[in-house]
Design a binder for this molecule. Structure first.
Ligand SMILES: Cc1cc2nc3c(=O)[nH]c(=O)nc-3n(C[C@H](O)[C@H](O)[C@H](O)COP(=O)(O)OP(=O)(O)OC[C@H]3O[C@@H](n4cnc5c(N)ncnc54)[C@H](O)[C@@H]3O)c2cc1C
Length: 408
């Protein structure tokens, strides 16, 4: 019976363990926290957006990684994920193409995995931090603080540096480096962005539906639409997370990184101006503040007027059509200069990690070391929001588990 040791009991590690055990291996998970699957509980705001059925699946990841990913998804894709969990007894539901457990509780996903790990007699050792991995002639020695384990195959599934409170403290990168593997500098992604403009403080606390464009060195590279949250330091929300990976890579290369925001994406500027004219005609005494209150939230109205140095109590009619036109031009094209991101603690994932050329697709076995496999976020794969990061954890866990158990 082949001995498989898995370093890390997150989404990818648990999936790998189940698959390796199903293939007949004796499997041990070494997990440094007091329990496995902690990060799963935080996913999707506690609901776990576990995958995405949009086609092609690889479109949810950076362009240059799509070929690699397609080879992996051919073996295990979003539909396989849904089937896998349904076979464990969990019903799923969809919001558009986003898939969730029917309970809307991320804990259900974790419970299903725990049940299956038990059924497959996987040994789970918690509070066991792996500190070193050594290659012997035809086996591996995995060292924790107080013990050492021997295995025919090792699966490194120790996650990234994002949300370290769940256990992914970046130690997996060190283990990979100690084995000679190249690691691309990890950067926080799916993370709020810090911006220079004081407008953010004026708007802090407001949530608005916006259209957002990311420009790098003056060139538009990504467009998104959705709810944005204004904060003291900058901007947050899923619409921001979606552009954050591109933003963080640009910032790392010291490129000019800007976000352009349309605060009223549902209507054209001309339409707003006509509407405003009607409001003013209906009640000539209305102030600048009063005519805007039906278009933007109050805090935003006050911030916008202050920014343009307009008197909120002046009659709206005192400002010319041209001035109003400029006012709304600015609302539809608000520029924010991105100066940085929030920390790894506030990030959902990392971009960067063990370079993809270090592993063969689709086995995910190390090209340098036979019997070493890499799964999950530890590898240099980052998806957008929408279930893509967990899908990568399921797919890579599946592949590592199957191949580690077979030893090929
Ligand atoms: C707040 C939040 C919300 C998210 N929401 C979603 C979502 O809805 N959909 C989605 O697709 N993705 C989501 N993600 C991302 C997703 O959770 C991760 O991409 C995924 O869990 C990564 O799985 P993993 O197995 O690679 O790593 P992890 O789940 O981080 O697991 C790694 C495990 O390895 C252990 N470990 C690390 N080093 C060692 C060591 N030296 N020795 C022993 N054990 C070690 C850690 O303790 C941890 O348990 C979210 C992430 C966060 C933080």
């Amino acid at each position: 019976m082949r001995q498989v040791v898995i370093v890390g009991g997150g989404a990818s590690g648990m999936m790998a363990a189940i698959m390796a055990a199903r293939e007949g291996a004796f499997v041990t998970i070494l997990e440094q926290k007091e329990s496995v699957g902690k990060k799963i509980l935080m996913t999707g705001n506690g609901r776990c957006n576990m995958t995405n059925t949009a086609l092609p699946l690889s479109a949810g990841y950076p362009h240059e990684k799509q070929n690699f990913l397609e080879r992996c998804f051919l073996q295990f894709d979003a539909h396989d994920t849904i089937r896998f969990f349904e076979e464990l007894g969990m019903m799923t539901k969809k919001r558009g193409t986003l898939v969730y457990p029917i309970t809307d509780y991320a804990s259900t996903v974790r419970e299903m995995l725990l049940m299956e790990l038990k059924k497959e007699k996987v040994k789970i050792k918690c509070a066991e931090k792996v500190v070193a991995i050594e290659k012997k002639k035809s086996s591996w020695i995995i060292k924790t603080k107080g013990w050492q384990y021997e295995a025919d195959s090792v699966i490194l599934a120790s996650g990234s540096k994002a949300a370290a409170q769940t256990g992914s403290d970046g130690s997996g990168y060190e283990l990979a480096r100690s084995l000679g593997l190249k690691v691309k500098k990890p950067l926080p992604a799916l993370v709020p962005l810090k911006c220079r403009e004081t407008m953010c403080q004026a708007f802090a606390g407001i949530r608005t539906y916006v259209r957002l464009r990311l420009a790098i060195d003056g060139k538009e590279v990504q467009k998104e639409e959705g709810e944005l949250q204004w904060t003291e330091y900058g901007i947050s929300g899923i619409v921001v997370f979606q552009v954050s990976a591109n933003a963080v890579r640009a910032l790392e290369q010291k490129k000019k990184t800007e976000v352009w925001i349309d605060l009223c994406p549902f209507v054209a500027k001309e339409e707003i101006l006509q509407f405003l004219k009607k409001t003013m005609d209906f009640d000539e005494k209305k102030t600048a503040e009063e005519v805007l209150l039906g278009i933007f939230p109050k805090k935003m109205v006050l911030g916008l007027l202050k920014e343009r140095k307009w008197n909120k109590s002046s009659p709206a009619k005192e400002y010319s059509q041209e001035e109003w036109s400029l006012f709304f031009e600015n609302c539809k094209n608000k520029k924010l200069t991105v100066t940085g991101t929030k920390s790894f603690e506030n990030a959902q994932i990392c971009c960067g990690g063990v370079e993809l050329f270090e592993v063969s697709a689709p086995t995910l076995e190390s090209r340098r070391h036979k019997g070493l496999y890499l799964a999950g976020e530890l590898l240099d794969i980052d998806g957008i929001c929408g279930g893509y990061n967990l899908q990568w954890a399921w797919t890579s866990g599946y592949l590592c588990g199957i191949h580690a158990a077979k030893g090929k």
